[in-house]
Design a protein around this ligand. Sequence first.
Ligand code: PXL
Length: 276
Amino acid sequence: MNYKRILTIQDISCVGQCSLTVALPILSACGLETAILPSAVLSTHTAGFSGFTFRDLTEDIPLIKEHWVKENIKFEAIYTGYLGSIAQIDMVKDVCNKTLTSGGKLIVDPAMADNGKLYSIFNDEYVEAMKGLCAIADYVVPNLTEACFLTGIEYKEVYDFKYIDAVTDGLLKLGAKNLVLTGISFREGYTGVLVIENGVKNYYEHVKLPNSCHGTGDIYASAFVGAMMQDKPAFESAKIAADYVLECIKCTGKDTDHWYGAKFEPVLDKLISALK
Ligand code: PXL
């Protein structure tokens, strides 16, 4: 296995199995040295819990970056997820400029929306700012809702190939070099992931399980980045990540006490095996 150092920038939701509490163990399991830059600290995630605390760490980001620059710390990839404020988006661009190695990859999961709706703390201004981060990304990994917000295309639950072509054209027009669009379903009972790399389109379809879990977008993006950084091609990485998410959803099953996230830990061995 390759030993590379990567940085992931997203929030710490102390409880809830999303963002950094998912990305860090998954990337570590993929054999990568994983540095973190927390965008905010929340007591829980914001989807389904009420009264959560939110400590915005925007002010810390430039200070942390300056220290890394002084220490000449560099990363072979930077993977961004849920960010805490609009101001952070410009700061993250600066972190990328100063700490990515030459040829290093920026992977952006514009984690801001799902099921046709923005997450509670975000608004149109945040979407505008996120377009700017996607524009400089090597890979953008949105779900369909996020892709619709980024392109201004109406979100639909039932659609055809032409509709998805319009969405991917819109994302590429933003400036994103390569795309990994998740949760794309053309027929009942199945869903999949559409990858456009260097203009070449590939689609991986798999069964749609009857249950879904919160946080699977973060699990997906983390596993995708982990596989890519182990030199798997993008489409293969997209498949590995999709298969892993299916295992996580199966493992979670119908445990109603576990409504807030997916049980990704017991099946990490399957992800590791897929990388060998
Ligand atoms: O899974 C995305 C995510 C990350 N971080 C926080 C969230 C969510 C989704 O709701 O609330 C704080």
